[in-house]
Design a binder for this molecule. Sequence first.
Ligand SMILES: NC(=O)c1ccc[n+]([C@@H]2O[C@H](COP(=O)([O-])OP(=O)(O)OC[C@H]3O[C@@H](n4cnc5c(N)ncnc54)[C@H](OP(=O)(O)O)[C@@H]3O)[C@@H](O)[C@H]2O)c1
Length: 352
Amino acid sequence: MSSVLINRVIQTTLIDTWRGLADTAPGLSLIAFGQVETLIPCWEERDSNRGANLWKKPASCGQIEYPAPMRDTDKSILITGCSSGIGLCVATGLQQRGYRVFASARKTEDVETLRNLGLQTVQLDLTDSDSIDRAVANVLEKTQGRLFGLFNNGAYGLPGAVEDISRDAMRELFETNLFGWHELTNKVIPLMRNQGAGRIIQNSSVLGLTTLPFRGAYAASKYALEGLTDTLRLELFGSGIHVSLIEPGPIHSQFRANAHRMWKRHVDAEQSFFREHYAAMVQRLEKTGPGNRFTLPPEAVLKRVVHALEHPRPKPRYYVTFPTYLLGTLRRLLPTSTMDKILLKISDGGGR
Ligand SMILES: NC(=O)c1ccc[n+]([C@@H]2O[C@H](COP(=O)([O-])OP(=O)(O)OC[C@H]3O[C@@H](n4cnc5c(N)ncnc54)[C@H](OP(=O)(O)O)[C@@H]3O)[C@@H](O)[C@H]2O)c1
């Protein structure tokens, strides 16, 4: 390997790790190889709200500082899964930034709540093709057939050993986490092609880059999303439509509670070889508040979504949280067998 290449690898590793550290260390600015990056601007708020259920406080979302707020009211965006967590935060944050946000949720009561927050809303269930059709038609009717952005976000986790996940449970998860996203995206690509512009943002995960024990079903859906999105980016090259993946690690939301609910529905713990591991896992799932010290509020994702929407050359991938920078970098450098040892260690053999 040439020394230029070795230098490049070392630089990439250092930059990635520093960015990850910056994600974790409040209030810092980072100077790396001539680049100055202003870091997550929501630190004070995050610290003062540490442990609080930020997803319940949409009014507190969106307080990020960027050079010039959006003025163009024609910049409409459709977002899926806005009943809680990242979707809710991104919807309210973008609306405060001047976007025409169409916040969608699958349950009518959540649609109503979103409307009461002053958002434009549509009902959209990713498992239901008719619902996707209706939602897109509804939005396009209000925007005279235009749509600038799509933030694919609605999804859920299903923890459990691969051998404990049935075909039906796997199919159900893929219907939401992948097939619904694919169908919805295909509905908006033709109109974005006509416009000659558009931004498609896929909320993937660190578990789309590398996996952990008991995350097989979810990781499979995110790995599949990564493949689909990388292909889409190539196929849309030169069309004016940009496609970006967001790769969050732990983010404070309803994700764990919803994953726990799905686990109870689909996994027969008593009959499992892993029943003792599940006891430890359930304790983790039942924990309220941030999952671990690297957990960030959903504003950390909002910041990347804003960049992906507004930068003339959005990135293909946005890492969020220190675990993503670390694991995303290590998996590019280490052999699989070494990576496996690290993943088993950090997951405590699967209990974490
Ligand atoms: N939180 C994390 O640590 C984390 C890390 C990496 C990636 N992510 C990704 O971030 C995205 C948002 O998750 P979150 O953390 O904000 O979790 P969340 O609070 O559980 O939000 C998930 C959203 O997806 C919606 N959803 C589920 N099934 C749906 C369906 N069939 N049709 C439409 N919407 C559906 C949920 O609606 P209901 O309320 O109706 O169920 C909810 O609004 C997901 O893609 C997730 O994979 C999260």
